[in-house]
Ligand binder design. Structure first.
Ligand code: NAD
Length: 245
């Protein structure tokens, strides 16, 4: 029997990619498409799993509904503030959730490589993250850039918020080893580029991932949907789905 999927944000760029990719996932069946003005509450009992690629502000409501109706959840939205993050995480006590800032296999490999490189290279290397996305993206930095900075801060034992420098302007003084720079470029139709720079005197290592199609995120999210329905309540990410942990 196929797993029944409800897509939230179905008319958006990612929603359309999910609908285009879903037929290739033979174990899945899309049973409802929800966008602005539609009533998720009325449709939710038709599904086994909800895949949300709407907007950060909508995900809190989606999470509460999924917890109430005991439906698994895949969260693709990014840009949540601390309150939204806290509220969304409450649902993990009731249902299994895969929450990933990026569902591509390549980017999840980049996460793994970033952790390894930070461990190997040590504190002499300065850390900077650069991302570029299309001109219509609303949040900055990207969720993926935030995840990369989280990984770097974790390895270095830094407090993420204190360490982060979002761009630099004016007389900011010399760079300190306790900084993680994040820089967001916006323009054109770029699907998503991320580079992590490890810079020391005399050498520099750069790890780069470039997405050229949203299908990579959509296929990853659909793979996560197939996986999450079989899990116990809890919070998982794409590294769990791919077995990279
Ligand atoms: P988009 O603006 O093209 O689409 C969002 C859609 O959500 C729109 O159709 C909008 O009408 C709909 N929406 C708004 N409010 C809604 C509501 N209350 N109920 C249902 N639908 C509602 O955006 P996008 O480029 O498709 O990106 C969507 C989200 O996914 C963003 O947060 C983006 O950062 C994120 N994203 C994540 C990944 C990943 O791999 N995790 C990849 C790409 C994009």
């Amino acid at each position: 029997m196929s797993i029944k999927v409800i897509i939230v944000g179905s008319k958006g760029r990612m929603g359309q990619a999910l609908l285009a990719c879903a037929p290739k996932h033979r174990g899945l069946q899309v049973v409802a498409q929800i966008d602005q003005g539609d009533d998720l509450a009325a449709a939710i009992d038709r599904g086994d799993v909800v895949v949300d690629f709407s907007s950060h502000a909508v995900t809190t409501h989606v999470g509460t509904l999924c917890a109430k109706h005991k439906k698994a959840l895949v969260i693709g939205t990014t840009g949540h503030n601390d309150t939204e993050t806290f509220e969304i995480k409450q649902a993990r006590k009731e249902i299994p959730i895969v929450w990933a800032s990026n569902f591509s296999t390549g980017v999840n490999t980049l996460f793994w490589l970033t952790r390894k490189a930070a461990e190997i290279l040590g504190p002499e290397f300065d850390l900077e993250v650069v991302e570029m996305h299309h001109r219509l993206k609303r949040d900055a930095p990207s969720g993926t850039a935030r995840t990369l900075a989280e990984i770097l801060a974790h390895v270095r034992g830094l407090h993420l918020k204190e360490a982060t420098r979002h761009g630099r302007v004016g007389i900011v003084g010399e760079r300190t080893p306790a900084e993680i720079g994040i820089h967001s470029l916006r323009g054109g139709d770029v699907v998503g580029d991320h580079t992590v720079i490890f810079a020391n005197t005399g050498e520099r290592l750069e790890l780069t991932h470039k997405a050229s199609s949203r299908d990579t995120f959509a296929n990853g999210a659909l793979r996560a949907a197939e996986w999450v329905v079989k899990q116990k309540p809890g919070l998982y990410d794409m590294q769990d789905v791919l077995g990279l942990k």
